[in-house]
Write a protein that binds this ligand. Structure first.
Ligand code: IMP
Length: 454
């Protein structure tokens, strides 16, 4: 059962794009001197979230920000799958408007690959739900209505889409593909209900509703167009994945967002609307060879919500600029903090992660001294509490943590193997491995070459 999973271990933006691209290109990498020709994954599966994700990939074809399309799209021998729990926004996926190109168009432009070849490499679950223009508008209205206490969503319509899915009024890929189950009637019914919601609850003028979302006939036409263009890509993906598994194919499951944003196990309500570490089980495979948690050597968070190890110091802004810590999807500045060890241990315990991939070590290497959160100052358990659950319960006031100081103080480095790394950096990695889980990969730059296999 050669299936591998990559998950975000923190609040998203851990550098999953780099790690997923690396593994999609070489699914069973070996270290330093034993290097061999890369063996690409046979199948790469995106299994949760939607285009709220932004996986940044630097590879020989260029630099890409992938939002929905799996990272195996660059390999001609890899089948890329969008699983049943993924939120599919047709417009973000495919849009010929040069001012607002879809992801397919952007990949084509930057890589020079033919769009027909890209389609051939992609399969989309017929069970996946579709993000409609009203979901995006509703997301924005909900955020506005929360006033200063917004969740800081990506405004991609993710929450409203999953809400409609749970309310059993969503539109699925198979509904538009077959144009059945009275699709037009259901579409019109939903349109009418959303109009009433937007005008009645949020006080939006009827004329502004169409201005924001477009004319319903156009929306419906575009929906059918999407089905027509992508018809060859729609599939019963679980069967494809199970067949691949039976053949002994190498399958890579590409997680999106980070575990601490999980709707059940994250810092609710400051979370996304999907399950981060279990949605891969909805794709037809139940056993995995390795579950790799991607951990940034420090922590970042976009949007609001608890962040116990957050840094509020004068140099934080300069650090953000130097490290380019801005969201790949929204461009928003990321909040910066130290590594939070109890949170990492919580992730490992809850996700069953067998290995870690440590990213952005290069960014820390210039720092003379760094801190690591090892416990919280918890309202009920006092100083040194190691339970991340207390952060979720609100028992840890923002920014209360106990830390250890580590002197790093080494310039940026380049290394072929773990042993080549500066001793202090190795000690930092050893400490993380000892406390949380063994390290499989270390990334010290955006390019594939800047990766150490441990
Ligand atoms: P939503 O997923 O757009 O509803 O946003 C909910 C929360 O999750 C917000 O705080 C977002 O900033 C955060 N979020 C969603 N997707 C990502 C991601 O891929 N990386 C980092 N944060 C994310």
């Amino acid at each position: 059962m050669p299936a591998y999973v990559v998950l975000g271990a923190q609040y998203g933006d851990e550098g999953k794009g780099k790690i997923i691209d690396y593994l999609a290109n070489d699914i069973r990498p070996v270290s330093g001197s034993k290097k061999k020709s890369p063996v690409p994954a046979d199948v790469v599966v995106r299994f949760n979230g939607g285009n709220n994700a932004g996986h940044t990939v630097h590879n020989p074809l260029g630099k890409f920000a992938l939002h929905l399309i799996p990272a195996g799209i660059f390999s001609p021998t890899t089948l890329n799958i969008i699983g049943p729990q993924v939120a599919v926004d047709p417009k973000s996926f495919y849009n010929e408007d040069p001012d607002n190109p879809g992801e397919f168009q952007s990949i084509q432009k930057a890589s020079g690959l033919h769009i027909e070849d890209l389609y051939e490499r992609l399969r989309i679950s017929k069970k996946a739900h579709i993000i409609m223009p009203w979901h995006i508008f509703e997301d924005a209205l909900q955020e506005e209505a929360r006033g200063g206490k917004g969740l800081g969503t990506t405004k991609r319509g993710i929450g409203p889409m999953y809400t409609d899915k749970a309310a059993r009024v969503g539109i699925r890929v198979c509904d538009v593909l077959l144009n059945n189950r009275n699709l037009y009637g259901r579409f019109n019914d939903l349109w009418g209900r959303k109009r009433s919601l937007f005008s009645g609850v949020y006080g939006v003028k009827q004329s502004d509703i169409e201005k924001a979302m477009g004319n319903p006939d156009d929306i419906f036409r575009r929906l059918l167009e999407f089905a027509e263009i992508f018809e060859p890509c729609f599939a019963d993906v679980e069967r494809l994945i199970q067949d691949a598994e039976r053949r002994g194919a190498q399958i890579l499951f590409e997680g999106a967002q980070g575990f601490l944003l999980d709707i059940d196990h994250g810092t609710y309500p400051y979370v996304t609307s999907s399950n981060i570490a279990t949605s891969m089980y909805s794709c037809g495979v139940s056993r995995f060879k390795e579950i790799i948690g991607v951990v940034k050597a420090y922590t970042t968070r976009i949007g609001t919500g608890p962040f116990p190890t957050e840094i509020f110091e004068d140099w934080e802004k300069d650090f953000r600029e130097a490290a380019h810590e801005f969201g790949a999807t929204t461009g928003r500045p990321r909040r910066i903090g130290w590594l939070d060890l109890p949170a990492l241990k919580y992730f490992v315990a809850m996700s069953g992660a067998t290995k870690l991939a440590l990213t952005r070590l290069d960014t820390l290497a210039d720092m003379p001294e760094l801190k690591v959160g090892v416990g919280y100052d918890c309202l009920s358990h006092g100083l040194g509490c190691e339970l991340f659950e207390c952060v979720i319960d609100g028992l840890v006031p923002f920014s209360q943590y106990v830390y250890i100081n580590i002197t790093l103080g080494v310039p940026r480095f380049s290394a072929d193997s773990f042993n080549d790394m500066p001793p202090k950096v190795k000690a930092y990695c050893d400490m993380i491995a000892r406390e949380a889980a063994p390290i499989r990969l270390i990334s010290y730059g955006p390019d594939r070459e800047q990766t150490i296999v441990v």
